[in-house]
Design a protein around this ligand. Structure first.
Ligand SMILES: [Zn+2]
Length: 200
Protein backbone atom coordinates (compact mmCIF):
# COMPACT_ATOMS: atom_id res chain seq x y z
CA UNK A 1 0.00 0.00 0.00
CA UNK A 2 1.49 3.34 -1.00
CA UNK A 3 2.16 5.89 1.66
CA UNK A 4 0.25 9.14 1.89
CA UNK A 5 1.57 12.52 2.87
CA UNK A 6 -0.01 15.89 3.46
CA UNK A 7 1.78 19.07 2.51
CA UNK A 8 0.47 22.33 3.90
CA UNK A 9 2.00 25.72 3.26
CA UNK A 10 1.59 28.96 5.17
CA UNK A 11 0.98 31.37 2.28
CA UNK A 12 1.32 34.72 3.97
CA UNK A 13 3.75 37.00 2.16
CA UNK A 14 4.87 39.67 4.65
CA UNK A 15 1.83 39.18 6.87
CA UNK A 16 3.56 36.31 8.62
CA UNK A 17 6.05 38.70 10.18
CA UNK A 18 4.33 42.07 10.41
CA UNK A 19 4.10 41.95 14.21
CA UNK A 20 7.79 41.32 14.68
CA UNK A 21 10.12 44.16 15.58
CA UNK A 22 12.35 43.28 12.65
CA UNK A 23 10.93 41.31 9.78
CA UNK A 24 13.39 38.67 8.55
CA UNK A 25 14.84 39.98 5.32
CA UNK A 26 15.62 36.55 3.94
CA UNK A 27 12.01 35.41 4.31
CA UNK A 28 10.34 38.52 3.00
CA UNK A 29 12.60 39.46 0.10
CA UNK A 30 10.96 37.56 -2.73
CA UNK A 31 7.73 35.92 -1.66
CA UNK A 32 6.09 36.34 -5.06
CA UNK A 33 8.87 34.57 -6.90
CA UNK A 34 8.87 31.79 -4.33
CA UNK A 35 5.12 31.44 -4.65
CA UNK A 36 5.27 31.11 -8.43
CA UNK A 37 8.17 28.70 -8.18
CA UNK A 38 6.15 26.42 -5.92
CA UNK A 39 3.09 26.60 -8.17
CA UNK A 40 5.24 25.47 -11.11
CA UNK A 41 7.02 22.82 -9.04
CA UNK A 42 3.81 21.22 -7.84
CA UNK A 43 2.41 21.28 -11.36
CA UNK A 44 5.56 19.65 -12.71
CA UNK A 45 5.22 16.77 -10.25
CA UNK A 46 1.42 16.81 -10.10
CA UNK A 47 1.33 17.19 -6.32
CA UNK A 48 -1.74 18.79 -4.75
CA UNK A 49 -1.11 20.56 -1.46
CA UNK A 50 -2.99 22.72 0.99
CA UNK A 51 -2.19 26.39 0.73
CA UNK A 52 -3.21 28.22 3.88
CA UNK A 53 -3.60 31.79 2.70
CA UNK A 54 -3.82 34.87 4.88
CA UNK A 55 -7.02 36.75 4.09
CA UNK A 56 -5.70 40.28 3.76
CA UNK A 57 -3.60 39.51 0.65
CA UNK A 58 -6.82 38.48 -1.11
CA UNK A 59 -7.74 42.16 -1.22
CA UNK A 60 -7.04 44.43 -4.19
CA UNK A 61 -6.17 47.19 -1.79
CA UNK A 62 -6.91 48.69 1.57
CA UNK A 63 -7.24 52.15 3.10
CA UNK A 64 -5.69 50.93 6.33
CA UNK A 65 -8.58 51.83 8.59
CA UNK A 66 -9.99 48.37 9.51
CA UNK A 67 -12.78 49.97 11.48
CA UNK A 68 -14.68 46.70 11.83
CA UNK A 69 -11.70 44.83 13.24
CA UNK A 70 -11.33 44.77 17.04
CA UNK A 71 -7.53 44.79 17.05
CA UNK A 72 -5.94 48.04 18.05
CA UNK A 73 -4.88 50.28 15.18
CA UNK A 74 -1.23 49.54 15.92
CA UNK A 75 -1.75 45.93 14.84
CA UNK A 76 -2.06 47.11 11.25
CA UNK A 77 0.73 49.66 11.44
CA UNK A 78 2.76 47.91 8.73
CA UNK A 79 -0.23 47.62 6.39
CA UNK A 80 1.09 49.63 3.41
CA UNK A 81 -2.40 50.71 2.31
CA UNK A 82 -3.02 51.59 -1.30
CA UNK A 83 -3.74 49.14 -4.10
CA UNK A 84 -2.11 45.98 -5.32
CA UNK A 85 0.83 46.17 -7.67
CA UNK A 86 2.79 43.44 -9.37
CA UNK A 87 5.50 43.78 -6.74
CA UNK A 88 3.34 44.02 -3.64
CA UNK A 89 4.31 41.77 -0.77
CA UNK A 90 1.08 42.60 1.11
CA UNK A 91 -1.65 42.30 -1.54
CA UNK A 92 -1.70 39.38 -3.94
CA UNK A 93 -5.11 38.35 -5.23
CA UNK A 94 -3.70 37.12 -8.52
CA UNK A 95 -1.19 34.90 -6.76
CA UNK A 96 -4.02 33.38 -4.81
CA UNK A 97 -6.17 32.80 -7.86
CA UNK A 98 -3.14 31.18 -9.48
CA UNK A 99 -3.52 28.45 -6.86
CA UNK A 100 -7.21 28.17 -7.58
CA UNK A 101 -6.62 28.02 -11.32
CA UNK A 102 -3.62 25.69 -11.23
CA UNK A 103 -3.69 22.48 -13.25
CA UNK A 104 -3.20 20.71 -9.92
CA UNK A 105 -6.22 20.34 -7.68
CA UNK A 106 -4.86 22.23 -4.69
CA UNK A 107 -6.83 22.98 -1.57
CA UNK A 108 -6.96 26.59 -0.39
CA UNK A 109 -7.39 26.95 3.34
CA UNK A 110 -7.32 30.04 5.53
CA UNK A 111 -4.51 31.31 7.74
CA UNK A 112 -6.56 34.03 9.50
CA UNK A 113 -7.18 37.51 8.13
CA UNK A 114 -4.09 39.28 9.44
CA UNK A 115 -2.07 36.47 11.03
CA UNK A 116 -3.33 36.94 14.59
CA UNK A 117 -2.13 34.20 16.94
CA UNK A 118 -5.34 32.62 18.19
CA UNK A 119 -3.70 31.08 21.25
CA UNK A 120 -2.19 34.34 22.49
CA UNK A 121 -3.55 35.69 25.77
CA UNK A 122 -4.37 39.00 24.10
CA UNK A 123 -6.52 37.39 21.42
CA UNK A 124 -10.09 37.77 22.59
CA UNK A 125 -13.00 35.84 21.18
CA UNK A 126 -14.08 38.97 19.31
CA UNK A 127 -10.68 39.25 17.64
CA UNK A 128 -10.61 35.58 16.67
CA UNK A 129 -14.15 35.82 15.34
CA UNK A 130 -13.25 38.87 13.24
CA UNK A 131 -10.14 37.13 11.89
CA UNK A 132 -12.28 34.23 10.73
CA UNK A 133 -15.17 36.30 9.42
CA UNK A 134 -13.05 38.80 7.54
CA UNK A 135 -10.69 36.13 6.26
CA UNK A 136 -13.53 34.07 4.84
CA UNK A 137 -15.04 37.21 3.32
CA UNK A 138 -11.75 38.19 1.68
CA UNK A 139 -11.30 34.70 0.23
CA UNK A 140 -14.89 34.79 -0.98
CA UNK A 141 -14.02 37.77 -3.17
CA UNK A 142 -11.93 35.32 -5.17
CA UNK A 143 -14.63 32.63 -5.21
CA UNK A 144 -12.72 30.63 -2.64
CA UNK A 145 -14.53 28.97 0.26
CA UNK A 146 -11.94 27.61 2.70
CA UNK A 147 -12.83 24.66 4.90
CA UNK A 148 -9.38 24.05 6.43
CA UNK A 149 -7.81 26.39 8.94
CA UNK A 150 -4.17 26.79 9.86
CA UNK A 151 -3.54 28.71 13.06
CA UNK A 152 -0.87 31.39 12.68
CA UNK A 153 2.34 29.98 14.18
CA UNK A 154 0.30 26.88 14.93
CA UNK A 155 -0.81 28.63 18.11
CA UNK A 156 -4.16 26.92 18.63
CA UNK A 157 -7.01 28.80 20.28
CA UNK A 158 -10.71 29.57 19.99
CA UNK A 159 -11.35 26.28 18.23
CA UNK A 160 -15.01 26.55 19.13
CA UNK A 161 -15.43 29.32 16.55
CA UNK A 162 -14.19 27.37 13.56
CA UNK A 163 -17.33 25.54 12.55
CA UNK A 164 -19.37 28.75 12.77
CA UNK A 165 -17.33 29.98 9.82
CA UNK A 166 -17.52 26.82 7.75
CA UNK A 167 -14.30 25.11 8.77
CA UNK A 168 -14.25 21.35 9.12
CA UNK A 169 -10.62 20.76 10.04
CA UNK A 170 -7.47 22.49 11.21
CA UNK A 171 -3.77 21.78 11.30
CA UNK A 172 -2.58 20.89 14.76
CA UNK A 173 0.61 21.98 16.50
CA UNK A 174 3.91 20.99 15.03
CA UNK A 175 5.27 17.85 16.67
CA UNK A 176 8.72 17.74 18.21
CA UNK A 177 9.45 14.94 15.81
CA UNK A 178 7.49 12.91 13.36
CA UNK A 179 5.73 9.99 14.89
CA UNK A 180 3.40 7.35 13.60
CA UNK A 181 1.12 8.23 16.45
CA UNK A 182 1.12 11.89 15.58
CA UNK A 183 -1.80 13.22 13.63
CA UNK A 184 -1.65 16.81 12.46
CA UNK A 185 -5.23 17.16 11.40
CA UNK A 186 -8.33 16.83 13.47
CA UNK A 187 -11.78 16.82 12.04
CA UNK A 188 -14.48 18.85 13.67
CA UNK A 189 -17.58 16.79 13.99
CA UNK A 190 -20.48 18.07 11.98
CA UNK A 191 -22.93 17.61 14.77
CA UNK A 192 -23.24 19.31 18.10
CA UNK A 193 -21.51 22.52 18.94
CA UNK A 194 -17.87 21.54 18.64
CA UNK A 195 -18.54 18.85 21.18
CA UNK A 196 -15.98 16.41 19.91
CA UNK A 197 -12.94 16.25 17.73
CA UNK A 198 -11.98 13.14 15.88
CA UNK A 199 -8.52 12.23 14.78
CA UNK A 200 -8.22 11.15 11.19
ZN1 LIG B 1 -5.43 46.59 5.45
Amino acid sequence: MPGTGVVSLDAELCWGFHDQVTMPADRTAAPRASWRYLIALFEKHDIPVTWAVVGHPCLDGCDGTHTNHPCEEAWFSRDPRGVVTGASRWFAPRLITSIRDSAVDHEIGLHAFSHVEFGAETTTQAIADAELQQGVKAAGRLDITPSSFVFPRNNVGHRDLLSDHGFTCYRGPQPDQLSERYCSCRVLTAYGRYSAYTDV
